[in-house]
Design a protein around this ligand. Structure first.
Ligand SMILES: [Zn+2]
Length: 268
């Protein structure tokens, strides 16, 4: 009798153990899929805005080291680049200059031309890598109509680096972005300079890759803000039919390049 009871208890323990083990498997599997779910959404770039601009605290991306001994340059305007000075918008389309942020060093204006751009060849099979680079190169050529740009093959000499990489998640709850532009400052020969890094998510291809690249290049060339008009390349969100660079984008760029900045000037 006692032995039967003992066997019953033993069986009960085995049953409970197996039950708990199966339960544990189900829980761990569902938490695994749950963790994967946001990642899967990353691939769906249509549901995520393309941006990009770290609007919360752009100054956070500054890294000026070592700390300069001399005072930072007094902000002054640079001569307007020739192509921009020749730009005339006959349609009087206006601009969105009031939505552009100046940093505490002034506007993010380039003064040494051509601006050197490095496009990293992604680690893909040759055809895909070529297609990707070609799409990005085209957007560089589009902006080259307004500011002199040059594609170079050495990353350490670049003013702007373009890389095919998922931007880090941002905010709380964390949100995916399909592209990101960040800048940092440095001192070279006693001049205050800046450089940009653009990350383009691998989830983008075709016209959306070009739209993201065009948009981020706009930021890197000085449009540190967004348009509220979906017909502008610097519109804050992704649209089904991404626009080309608009007259309003260039009107805005031209106004930015007429402003003062400490960038590109000698330390005092
Ligand atoms: Zn943006």
């Amino acid at each position: 009798m006692q032995r039967r009871t003992q066997r019953k208890i033993k069986n009960l323990f085995i049953f409970l153990f197996v039950f708990a083990f199966i339960g544990l498997l189900i829980v761990s599997d569902s938490s695994h899929s749950f963790a994967l779910f946001p990642k899967a959404q990353l691939g769906n770039s249509q549901t995520n805005p393309p941006c990009c601009l770290d609007t919360t605290k752009p100054e956070n991306s500054l890294s000026l080291s070592p700390t300069p001994h001399s005072p930072l340059p007094t902000p002054k305007p640079h001569p307007l680049p020739t192509k921009l000075s020749q730009w005339q918008d006959k349609g009087n389309n206006g601009d969105y200059f009031t939505d552009i942020q100046a940093t505490k060093f002034g506007y993010l204006i380039w003064s040494k031309f051509p601006v050197k751009i490095y496009i990293e060849t992604p680690n893909l099979n040759t055809n895909l890598a070529e297609t990707w680079v070609k799409a990005v190169v085209q957007t560089v050529q589009e902006w080259n109509e307004y500011l002199p740009l040059q594609i170079i093959s050495t990353p350490h000499q670049a003013d702007i680096k373009i890389i095919r990489k998922v931007p880090p998640l941002q905010g709380n709850p964390p949100r995916a972005r399909s592209a990101l532009a960040t800048y940092e400052l440095y001192i070279q020969d006693n001049f205050l300079r800046h450089k940009f890094t653009i990350l383009l998510s691998p989830s983008q291809s075709g016209k959306f890759l070009q739209a993201a690249s065009r948009h981020e290049l706009g930021h890197a060339l000085g449009i540190w803000g967004h348009s509220s008009n979906p017909n502008d390349a610097l519109y804050f969100s992704q649209v089904a039919n991404p626009p080309q660079i608009s007259p309003r984008d260039i009107n805005t760029l031209k106004r930015i390049y007429q402003q003062s900045t400490s960038l590109g000037w000698k330390l005092g």
